[in-house]
Design a binder for this molecule. Sequence first.
Ligand code: AHR
Length: 323
Amino acid sequence: MNIITKLALAAGLATALSSATLAQDVSGKVIGFSQIGSESGWRAAETAVTRQEAEARGVDLKFADAQQKQENQIKAIRGFIAQGVDAILVAPVVATGWDDVLSEAKEAEIPVVLLDRGVDAPEDLYLTSVASDQVEEGRVAGQWLVDNVGDEDCNVVELQGTVGSTPAINRKKGFEEAIAGHDNITIGQSQTGDFTRAKGKEVMEAFLKSSNNGADICAVYAHNDDMAVGAIQAIKDAGLKPGTDIKVVSIDAVPDIFQAIAAGEANATVELTPNMAGPAFDALAAYWADGTEPEKFIITESKLYTAENDPEGEYERRKDLGY
Ligand code: AHR
C-alpha cells in the first residue's frame, strides 16, 4: 500500500468516525417540529422524511401540524419551549411576525432551525436556515420559458404560493428576473393559489375564462407542482391540451408532475428536496458536539427536469417517498 492510499484510507476512516459521532450526538434529543400543514405533496414528503430522519438518528420528534395558521405555529413553539425541548425545527408559513417567539426560544437557550422557508427577523434569533435558493428556483423556471418560447409573443399566467411566504415572494422575483429584457414574454395575470391543487385549479379556471377560453394564454407558471396539476385539470376541462396549447412550468418535482411530464401535459419542474431535516440534524449535532456554528443559510440544490430527464424513472424513484 503506498503512502497516498494510506492517507486516503485514514481520511476516509476519520470522516466515517466523525459522521458516526455526529449521528450519535442527536440521539436521545427531544426536538419539536412545527410544520405548516399538508397543503401539497411536497409538504407531505417533507413531513415523512423528517420523521424518518428523526427515527434513524434516535431523536424523539414532537410534531405539531399548524394547519396553515401562523398563530398555531406560535402556540406550538411556545408549547415546545414550556416542555424544555432540546431544539425546535420550524417551517414558517409566512415571513413576518416571528421576532417575539424566536426571542423567547433564544432566552430559553433552545436553538431554532428554519426549514424550507425564511423569516424577516434578526439572524441571531435562529441557528441556521435549511432551504433552497427560492429566487434561483424562479430564475430556473423563467429561463426554461425564455429558452423554449423563442421570439414568439407569450402571455404568462402565474399561480403564486401563499401570500407573504418567502417562496411566493422569491419565486416571483426570480421568474421576473429571468424574463426581464425579453419583451415578448409578459405576465398577464398573477394570483395566489395558496400552494394547493384545488385553488390552483380554481384560479386557472378564472384565468381561462378571462383569456378567450385560454386562446390568449401561452404558458402557466405555478410556484409549486400541486397548483400546476390543478391548472392542468382546468386546461383539460376547457378542451385544451396542457403542455402543448398552454405550456406548464412549476417547482417541487413531485411524482404527479413527472407523470404529467411523461404524458406531455407538463413541460418542466424545478426540484426542491424534501430532505431539509437531514442537514438540520447534522448542524445541530455539530453544534452540540463542540459549539460549531453552522452556516446561517444551508442551501439545497435547484435542478431543472423536463421530458428529457426520464420522467417515468423519476416518478418510479419518488412514488413511495411519502409525497
Ligand atoms: O416552502 C416550500 C413550498 O411549500 C413548496 O414548494 C410547496 O409545495 C410547499 O407548500
